[in-house]
Design a protein around this ligand. Structure first.
Ligand SMILES: [Zn+2]
Length: 461
């Protein structure tokens, strides 16, 4: 078995990106190439102790270690984490399929913590940004290194981890039922740019409801012509979500419809469970563009996980369970031609076919349904105020309704005709809208606003 990966060696400022190759075969010998044998032995000793300390077994194989460019004794500790990943992969404990595109910075302590042996925070990372090899797409580093990565670096992702166990657990929220559960020590940060919406013209209605949905954890479905702001608005959602969770960074995951069920929720592949976008977006934003283009099984599998926040896969090889709570934001064209409304060129049959792509039970799970693309109004709160509002506590119980609002709601078509789920959801929307207005009691205006964003459910999508 041959594993290729990368180390980031901070003691080599001229050539910090070091290609690491480990070949494992039966036996116990260790051969080295490109690094001193003594230093490699010391690294393996640290590794063995660190793995044992966090309860992971060291796999015994004959190993051939090759690194390029050549490393000195002082450089080798910086390769500890790269060696650890490779050995965990060889031992079947690390599911990451893309080690050959992953670089590892930092050394290990004997207790399995990730540390920097000689330098302070990873300022060198920004120093060396020009020389990032094209094969390297992500870097695993200790807490704090992330902030110092250059803004326009070519790395798609940084994985911030503090401990070997966090590395093993670096696919968020998945664990194998047959293995001991791993304590969750680290988190995956997707380094999504913190976009705000001040440059997006108009769309005050959508902006208001995105803020409300972020704070009140409500799934959103946006409908609108292509190129009219759905994706731009969705990209601001990670900032909204992070703010509402009082954190600085959350994953933003946007899978492609071609990925199907496996890409969306996960699948069993080559003997190992592979989490899908839904699991990887845990705690962050799952953006599903072209929602009606997803294969029906994928959309329906989403319905299940939206209900339970949980997915179980059972195969002959074993079972896996993922739990995940992403904020789901989906977008779709209004019809097959994409123009919608008066400009629509679709026949009634085509319109009906497009609408039938989303089943009623699935649509019902998207509490907030927005029309985007033709709204000149501005958001009643400026961006800074939106962020401040998101950090205020959600009023949980005892939300008061004005009598007229209560009566209007009880007599509305939705309350009389819609399913229990939609009724409950619309009631919560009215209360969330009252929270947004910061006016105290729920008024008739809030009820109207809530009914207004359940239009797809109402109009027989
Ligand atoms: Zn059309």
């Amino acid at each position: 078995m041959l594993i290729r990966t990368w180390g980031f060696v901070a003691t080599k400022p001229q050539r910090p990106w070091v290609a690491v190759e480990i070949r494992a075969e039966r036996g116990a010998l260790m051969r080295t190439s490109g690094l001193p044998a003594g230093a490699a032995q010391e690294s393996m000793a640290r590794l063995r102790a660190a793995l044992a300390h966090v309860g992971l077994r060291h796999s015994t194989h004959a190993l051939t270690l090759h690194v390029h460019p050549t490393c000195t004794k002082d450089d080798v500790p910086h390769l500890d984490l790269a060696f650890a990943s490779a050995l965990l992969k060889i031992g079947g404990r690390l599911q990451a399929q893309d080690l050959q595109h992953t670089a590892h910075a930092r050394a290990l302590t004997l207790s399995g913590d990730i540390q920097d042996p000689t330098l302070g925070p990873a300022t060198v990372l920004s120093m060396c940004r020009a020389s990032v090899p094209p094969e390297v797409q992500r870097i695993v580093h200790a807490p704090g290194g992330d902030a110092l990565l250059p803004e326009n670096h070519s790395l798609q992702q940084g994985w911030e981890i503090s401990n070997l166990l966090a590395l093993v657990n670096s696919k968020p929220s998945w664990r194998n039922l047959h293995a001991a559960p791993f304590p969750k020590l680290g988190r995956v940060s997707a380094n999504h740019p913190k976009l705000h919406w001040e440059e997006i013209q108009g769309e005050g209605h959508a902006k208001s409801w995105l803020a409300i949905a972020a704070k009140h954890r409500l799934p959103v479905l946006m409908s609108g012509p292509p190129g009219r702001g759905k994706t731009s608005l969705a990209k601001t959602c990670s900032a909204l979500r992070a703010q509402s969770l009082h954190t600085s960074d959350v994953p933003w995951v946007a899978p492609h419809p071609a990925g199907g069920v496996a890409g969306l929720v996960g699948a069993w592949r080559q003997g190992a469970p592979q989490p899908g976008a839904w699991a990887q977006a845990d705690g962050g934003v799952l953006f599903l563009d072209e929602f009606s283009e997803w294969p029906r099984p994928a959309r329906e599998s989403l319905r299940h996980v939206m209900e339970t926040d949980r997915l179980e896969l059972h195969r002959a090889e074993g079972s896996a369970v993922w739990t995940s709570k992403p904020w789901i934001v989906a977008a779709t064209n209004p019809c097959t031609c994409g123009r919608g409304h008066e400009q629509c060129l679709c026949s009634p049959a085509e319109r009906k076919l497009h609408r039938k792509k989303c089943s009623a039970p699935l649509l019902e799970r998207f509490s907030v349904q927005l029309e985007v693309g033709n709204d000149p109004s501005t958001c009643p709160k400026p961006w800074d105020e939106v962020l401040a509002w998101l950090t205020r506590p959600v009023p949980t119980e005892g939300v008061l309704w004005e009598d007229a609002a209560r009566e209007g709601w009880l007599n509305s078509d939705i309350h009389r005709q819609a399913s229990l789920r939609v009724r409950a959801s619309t009631g919560r929307l009215a209360e969330a809208h009252a929270d947004w207005r910061e006016g105290g009691k729920v008024t008739s205006e809030d009820v109207r606003a809530a009914v207004d964003v359940t239009w797809m459910t109402r109009e027989g999508w």
